[in-house]
Design a binder for this molecule. Sequence first.
Ligand code: ADP
Length: 499
Amino acid sequence: MSSATTATTRKYQLFIDGQWVDSDSGKTFNTPNPATGETLAEIAEADKSDVDKAVSAARRAFEGKWSKLSARDRGRLLYKLSQLIEQHAAELAALETADNGKPIKESLYVDLPQVVENFEYFAGWATKIEGETIPVPGKMFNYTLREPVGVCGQIIPWNFPLLMAAWKLAPALAAGNTVVLKPAEQTPVGAMELAKLIQEAGFPEGVVNIVPGYGETAGAALAAHPGIDKIAFTGSTEVGKMIAKAAADNLTKVSLELGGKAPNIVFADSDLDQAVAGAMMGIFYNQGQVCCAGSRLFVEESVKDEFLGRLSDKAGKIAVGDPMNKATQMGPQVSEEQLNRIKGYVDIAREEGATVVAGGQPPQLDEAFQKGYFFTPTIFSEVNNSMRVAQEEIFGPVVSVISFKDEDDLIKQANDTIYGLSAGIWTRDITRAHRFAKEIKAGVVWINTYNMFNAASPFGGYKQSGYGREMGRHALELYTQVKSVWVDLSGRPIGWFGK
Ligand code: ADP
């Protein structure tokens, strides 16, 4: 039996002002293990009044202890946190897999190292956030101060629970902000475990507050809260629009990292082995629950049959099953709702005239996993770019293959989407690759690779994939504001109205 099925129910309270507390309502909710359907944890359910308390605590911390700490000390706390996460990586990875369903190989070797990397990277930035002096004319001195924005509300999704927390918390804290973080209701466990390490690292109370709960209640209360200065959101485009509208009432600053329908483009001159592996990485990684997934696979007509043959052969061999098993390559989808959504799109694809060349149904698994939310790697061919399966984000292991002949037409089709998060291209022609990188309307372009990330490299969307860039120095733009200071050096009255 897998360790996932033997886990006992864990319990977590809210983390507000450095304390573990029940929610005001006393309500709790359960998060299941998506591989088995069994309850993994029981969590206190935050609602508006709890969010109010968390925002007040974050405000007190921002005005108080946190603002008095030196940049070096902030950096040291972040670095300490990165080390604590690294020390607990194995157990955090196992919990992440139990909560989200992603294969342990991914949690342990990708998610956790990247979480550590992000905290480490931004720990270094804390002491390097600087203003500038501006060469203004006359006997004047003008300089800028780069200051924290204040109290930040951060709402994160369930697909990379700990990593999304890291992408949001690390730059916000490095820049001197305080935070109220709301994890996704499907996957709150990682954030609650992180809270324990934040406590252990010694962050002053109230600097980070974590309020698990539902989107329509806790999330909406946070987005509309007049006491926050900035809201950062990662999730669906639909909810992103609601957040932006709620924030507009208070003119709260907003950054959004939303959905995608990325074109992943294979030219006939590419190394096909590399391109097939890249297409798989693009769509089947994390069960396809990736906002930058290469879900529209454009393949040049002359190699389409060969490519599709190789791709479906390999997709059929992907090991789907117990995510705690190190040999597993695909675990369950995060929830029954997501599983049903995927099944719905398989029906839509068939109705639209696409052909299912691989997958299209749940796999046959052992007894222990029959209540899990598993699906098989699925490939639709004979798709055209105007079909719903080419335009709507499915967020599952489902790829739509579209063939093309002409490069100009390809670029038009690739850009013909409301989204603009990422894009991939496979070719040996460097001129074409860079031409594409320039012409595609997307925030990230991968050439002969896919799903590459680094804490130092910016990530974010064009068009309805959102605004603002996470990671790298660009993330600090989201969490700082600039103050321009003028100083008279002449010692004389301003002459404008006469002496
Ligand atoms: P998905 O549809 O993939 O579950 P969502 O965009 O709904 O993604 O969820 C991402 C995050 O947004 C989660 O933390 C969720 O609780 C939160 N959320 C959902 N609806 C709202 C809302 N109306 N206001 C604020 N946050 C929300």
